[in-house]
Design a protein. Structure first.
Length: 291
């Protein structure tokens, strides 16, 4: 089976919400660190092309277990702030979705994120494939199917690659669904982000409560210096169980010792520091990395 004709399902739509859980792998196994919701809000012009702005909204939740993190989102979902997640544009006539990459050292600028006009035997774009492929057969389009999913008839690309969050990676089936993205990863393969739900509708219809006002944490936190060049210090009276640093796309780029965090390897920019305290309180704050 090489290709199937069906009515194209748009990827970029108003009132569409992707819900993710962020995994953390350690010696004890796999834990859920946090959660977030991605949706589309506005657009921007780059090199004469219009890209939709996708934002990541942090989910409020709890860590009700003896050894956090073990995040469970509140329901109805509660979102408390947003950061830019991705710049994406869509060519609906040709079934192609493009991502404009602003970070990293490779695949900068625009590249093909998903292409639903591909046929069996085609190779997924290298900027996507390199994130989950181990062997020569990984990242090849094995077949195309047409299924009823998410209340519509949708084309599905079947391929293989890393499809696990825990343990040694190995090749398994991966599916890319029209209008949705990777059934496992959502937008970006090879991350620790698991797509758990896609809801079509308003915030109210999708049981999402938007909280714009910043809530001051119970525990007083001081980070210094800010802006910071190479080492970030954290001052707080309660013991910290878990600490991580996220970039502007919500990707975890540091997790570990918080006594004296060396961030010399990071590119200049705005980052988010996420702390889980012994009291199970979660504090998220911003800092600026300079040269």
């Amino acid at each position: 089976m090489n290709s199937l004709n069906s009515q194209s399902q748009l990827f970029l739509e108003e009132d569409k919400h992707w819900v993710f859980l962020k995994h953390q792998e350690n010696d004890a196994g796999i834990n859920i660190l946090s959660g977030f919701i991605v949706n589309m809000q506005g657009d921007t012009l780059i090199d004469g092309k219009v890209y939709k702005k996708l934002y990541s909204h942090n989910l409020k939740g709890t860590h009700n277990c003896q050894f956090p993190p073990c995040f469970t989102p509140n329901f109805p979902y509660e979102i408390e702030y947003k950061i830019l997640y991705a710049l994406v544009r869509e060519d609906p006539q040709n079934g192609i979705i493009y991502h404009y990459n602003q970070v990293g050292s490779t695949c900068m600028g625009e590249y093909e994120l998903f292409n639903f006009q591909q046929i069996a035997g085609d190779t997924i774009n290298e900027c996507v494939r390199e994130k989950f492929a181990f062997g020569d057969k990984d990242g090849l389009v094995d077949s195309i199917s047409n299924v009823y999913a998410f209340n519509a008839q949708r084309k599905v690309i079947h391929t293989t690659g890393d499809g696990v969050f825990e343990g040694l990676p190995f090749s398994s089936e991966l599916k890319i669904t029209e209008g949705i993205g990777f059934d496992l990863y959502g937008f970006f393969a090879g991350t620790q982000d698991e797509l758990v739900e896609v809801c079509f509708g308003s915030l109210n219809e999708c049981n999402i409560i938007s909280s714009i006002n910043k809530v001051e944490p119970k525990s007083k936190l001081k980070i210094y210096p800010n802006p910071v060049y190479d080492r970030l210090n954290i001052d707080i009276e309660i013991k910290i169980k878990s600490a991580s640093i996220l970039d502007s796309y919500g990707n975890i780029i540091f997790m570990g010792d918080i006594e004296n965090i060396n961030i010399d390897f990071m590119q200049p920019g705005i980052y988010h520091l996420s702390l889980i305290l012994e009291s199970n309180e979660v504090i998220i704050t911003k800092f600026v990395k300079i040269y």
